[in-house]
Design a protein around this ligand. Structure first.
Ligand code: TXA
Ligand code: MG
Length: 317
């Protein structure tokens, strides 16, 4: 796999791959991102698979203009609009209420979506061609964030990921993430945009930094961050389960009847399809009014590890 030039042809190729549900890495001013369509759950599952991430962590959605912002975020509080006007395009990510069109796998089941408008001109052109992109840093899990196309190819090239080469990333560290609590900004992750600049723009002396124990945190760090309203119990596929008042999350095969709700993650046993369906299936089972959700263990390989990790978090409450 080779790097694509950031010209009209290279960008058209990357955009075509993304529109077909594939992945393409692209430069931003912070680090290189591994992008997929922000509206396609299976493509998002492909991101976790290519990264070898052991669990799902919500992804940042990258946009190129304010029209795209309206297609991903349902609400923009005044403080967020002010920060967007001041620092976008740039290394600032805003956590906003999401629109239903953003699939659950992108936000790990949260009601919010993290949104950023990158300043890199190549990123902006690609996003205009391909639409909003869900993208984490383009590295294998636990490895260094990539700041050149060569870094990306070394880690993800063997997985068939293509990269648009936009030269070395200017900042080399990730964006600053800001959420809003009762209209006030809270920094969830320090990054390339200094806290003081955010404070100054908001007319505040200081902006609060979310710490462990605070109400809003970067949710990927929580042991139980997506807890369905009913307790969840992990079982072996096909193990005996009492259907009365219970819902059932199957991996491949439907159980015998009597459950308040049943969801099958992937009849063909495809872990990528299972990952893409996981959060929406849990939402539907939760809505079935069950007092308990049985969830079958999926195979502990590839994306199955991410699914199991997620199910364990949902079971720990
Ligand atoms: O500079 C950057 O932000 C780079 C480039 C590619 O844009 N992206 C990046 O993504 O650093 P990633 O996936 O490595 O980090 C995303 C962080 C995670 O720690 C996640 O927990 C947090 O954003 N996050 C995503 N959605 C969130 C949400 N709805 N609420 C709170 N935190 C969220
Ligand atoms: Mg990262």
């Amino acid at each position: 796999m080779k790097a694509l030039r950031p010209d009209a042809r290279g960008l058209a190729r990357a955009a075509a791959v993304i529109r077909r549900g594939g992945l393409a890495a692209f430069p931003t001013e912070t680090v290189y991102g591994l992008g997929a369509s922000a509206f396609d759950p299976a493509a998002a599952a492909g991101i976790f698979e290519a990264k070898g991430r052991p669990h799902f962590d919500p992804l940042i959605v990258h946009i190129a203009d304010l029209r795209q912002l309206r297609s991903v975020a349902a609400e923009v509080p005044p403080a967020a609009a002010l920060l967007a006007r001041r620092f976008w395009p740039g290394p600032l990510t805003l956590v906003l209420k999401k629109r239903p069109a953003i699939p659950d796998i992108v936000t790990s089941g949260l009601a919010t979506v993290a949104v950023r408008m990158p300043a890199h001109p190549v990123a902006a052109r690609l996003i205009r061609l391909a639409g909003p992109l869900a993208a984490p840093s383009a590295n294998r899990f636990g490895r260094l964030s990539p700041t050149t196309a060569e870094h990306v190819l070394r880690q993800l090239g063997p997985r068939g990921v293509m990269v648009v080469d936009g030269g070395p990333a200017k900042h080399g560290i990730e964006s600053t993430i800001v959420a809003f609590e009762r209209g006030r900004p809270v920094i969830l992750r320090r990054g390339a945009l200094p806290d003081a600049e955010i404070a100054a723009a908001c007319g505040l002396r200081k902006v609060r930094l979310a710490r462990a124990g605070a109400k809003i945190r970067a949710p990927g760090q929580l042991r139980a961050h997506y807890a369905p309203s009913a307790p969840l119990k992990l079982i072996k596929p096909g193990a005996a389960a009492d259907p009365r008042g219970a819902a059932y999350l199957a991996f491949r095969r439907r159980p015998a009847g009597g459950f308040t709700g049943v969801e099958v993650l992937s009849p063909s046993g495809d872990l990528r399809e299972a990952a893409a369906n996981l959060f929406s299936a849990l939402h539907r089972l939760e809505a079935s009014g069950a007092r308990l959700i049985y969830a079958e263990r999926v195979p502990a390989r590839g994306l199955g590890l991410a699914i199991l990790d997620r199910l364990r978090r949902a079971a720990a409450r």
